[in-house]
Design a protein around this ligand. Structure first.
Ligand SMILES: CC(C)(COP(=O)(O)OP(=O)(O)OC[C@H]1O[C@@H](n2cnc3c(N)ncnc32)[C@H](O)[C@@H]1OP(=O)(O)O)[C@@H](O)C(=O)NCCC(=O)NCCS
Length: 160
């Protein structure tokens, strides 16, 4: 299995942001829609490119030796912490999503957070499978509006 390096993404790091734009350009419409729960590919790319400059988030990226292949964010708000993960099509099913979600789980555990949430489409087998792998004790809420909220208890070392 490929080994991925996971690093924080900072909006003022021009080279990293250029890589992020390249990654988003390579993602299919289906992948972008799954990550953003609909919308146009253009809007999804703009949203995801803008995320690292927000104050209420942590964004991390997975890299091969050649390029950035995935990105994941943890969004903090009064209601809790929500995570979301995206891996470009050509690199899906190689472990990058696991590496990204496990890194966010470690960050949450370090902050003393007991659980994070994630929203996935009801037909998103890959997304639900990823969450089950990294957060084995997760609880799925009843679907609403085509989305399921997963409450994911944080355990360090998960998904390894
Ligand atoms: C969901 C997503 C991030 C998974 O990333 P990934 O790098 O492919 O995931 P991994 O290779 O680490 O796989 C982790 C687990 O997810 C599940 N999984 C991933 N892709 C799957 C698929 N196509 N079908 C079924 N299960 C799948 C498996 O349980 C897998 O574990 P295994 O390889 O030991 O069987 C990726 O498919 C993606 O970017 N999808 C579009 C965006 C999205 O849906 N985001 C929401 C997630 S919060």
């Amino acid at each position: 299995m490929t080994t991925f390096e996971v690093f924080d993404v900072y909006a003022d790091d021009d080279a990293t942001m250029q890589e992020l734009r390249g990654l988003l350009a390579r993602c299919s419409e289906a992948t972008l829609r799954s990550r953003c729960h609909g919308g146009t590919p253009g809007a999804a790319r703009l949203l995801l490119e803008a995320l690292p400059s927000r104050a209420d988030q942590l964004t991390v990226a997975a890299w091969t030796e050649q390029s950035m292949v995935g990105v994941a964010s943890m969004l903090y708000d009064a209601g809790g912490i929500e995570i979301a993960v995206l891996v470009e099509d050509a690199w899906q099913r190689h472990g990058a999503g696991t590496a990204l979600a496990a890194r966010l789980a470690e960050e949450a555990a370090r902050d003393g957070v007991l659980a994070v949430t994630a929203s996935v489409g009801t037909t998103n087998t890959a997304g639900i499978g990823l969450l089950r792998k990294v957060f084995p004790a997760l609880a799925l809420a009843a679907p609403r509006g085509g989305l399921i909220t997963a409450v994911c208890p944080v355990v360090t070392g998960a998904g390894r």
